[in-house]
Write a protein that binds this ligand. Sequence first.
Ligand code: XMP
Length: 521
Amino acid sequence: MGNIMNETVLVLDFGGQYSQLIARRIREQNVYCEVLPSETDAETIRSKAPKGLIFTGGPANVYAPDSPKCDPEILGLGIPVLGICYGMQLIAATLGGHVAEGGSANKEYGKTNVNIDTGCVLFKDFSPENICWMSHTDYVEKMPEHFTRRAFSDGCPVAAMGDDARKIYAVQFHPEVVHTDNGTSLLRAFLYDVCGCSGDWTMSDFTERSIRALRERLAGSKVLLALSGGVDSAVAAAMVSRAVGRDLTCIFVDHGLMRKNERRQIEDVFGTKFDSKLVVVDAEERFLSKLKGVSDPETKRVIIGNEFIEVFQDEANKLGRPEDFYFVQGTIYPDVIESGAGTSGKGAVIKKHHNVGGLPEHIKFKAVVEPLRDLFKDEVRKCGFELGLTKEIVMRQPFPGPGLAVRVLGDLTKDKLDLLREADFIFRDEIARAGWDDKVNQYFAVLTNMRSVGVMGDERTYDYTVALRAVTTTDFMTADWAQLPYDILQRASTRIVNEVRGVNRVVYDITSKPPATIEWE
Ligand code: XMP
């Protein structure tokens, strides 16, 4: 849909690890912002009429031949600019200053004491000696003409500089990370005092405007959506449903690999609280027969992905010709950035195997509609609340597309899946009761394919081992095992062996990622 808000700030990505974080921090200040590749030309930027520009950090040396540069004309557009770290060095080098290759005396990494000129518009709320997060060796040795030095540190003769007339500012440290004291106030001052933003990016506004835009585009057409049970597709469904009501049909494929009660929840919400049509496809047998005897994880994924497409296609054909339908997808902004469409893709990692989907490539719909394309995950959740979805759906932890198929190790049977569903339900229940569901990012049970000897009421047993997994993570690329209190583990273990037939042993996974992955398969 493109940006439907008024004000935009653009972040030019020079390959720094914090580029997405900067964008999120800006949106937290109620200003819409997009990440663009560093090589975006001045004309493209002018056409987007941004209120301000931010140049991110990056690992390169500005004078290296292959280092990312920006179109120098950008600095002459009259748009306020804030350079951060590499962004600062690039501004200095581009406007006639000089960047020195630092040595051990200049290298600063971590929390650093920085002397601040609190008279600068950006530093109103800073202390004269402010703790800032540094990560650099090179430094600005000579400022360009018309710039004033606004901060320095032991390793950095110019830790901040600004040209008030041209509204170009730059800092060597990282205001976007929490380790910089008053970092948020710097970003806020740039957005509001320098760029003159009014802060029109709020989720309630966005939600209302999106609904209106969707209604204008789609009302009277046939619209289709594949509900997966995950947060993104649920929020997309709720939004499109508010926009076009019964013109929308949601298809939920129950592949028999869902967690306990999940299908019922979907039926409760989308079958009753929203006006759209809901088609629930009971495809358990179809999936299980295709998966029979298959124990290799990647093969399971491929089978499930393909079967999903077939089942969906069969259902869609019952409703009419696909080319008459708009197809709604719950793509979110990090997917857009990671696919390389948003940025230069430098350093971006794509997880290809992850989503069961890829539907539009197989089916020729009229067009694909992505109403959440501009949102970060936390914004999607806020939007979900705006639309009246409950915490149960909006705060749901991530669940892999292939579902419990990759949590029953080895070959699958309905009995094993049922057993896992019960064990998993108990573990999640105990975590929630203890108030730990907000403290861990993903937690679940795994049915190992190991059986061992136990004793229950004088009887010898030879039953399965269930493994419990709980992790904390921000990006799911790396994760720590969660240090759950023993009493949660104890209650979960006791209940699982008592309440789930076929399990006589429970273990807790204490491996981080890497070297392990979050899922066991
Ligand atoms: P791993 O196991 O790779 O998981 O550490 C990282 C995150 O991705 C999820 N995951 C998947 N999601 N399809 C999905 O939609 C998949 O095949 C898949 N495999 C892993 C996993 O739950 C975790 O959040």
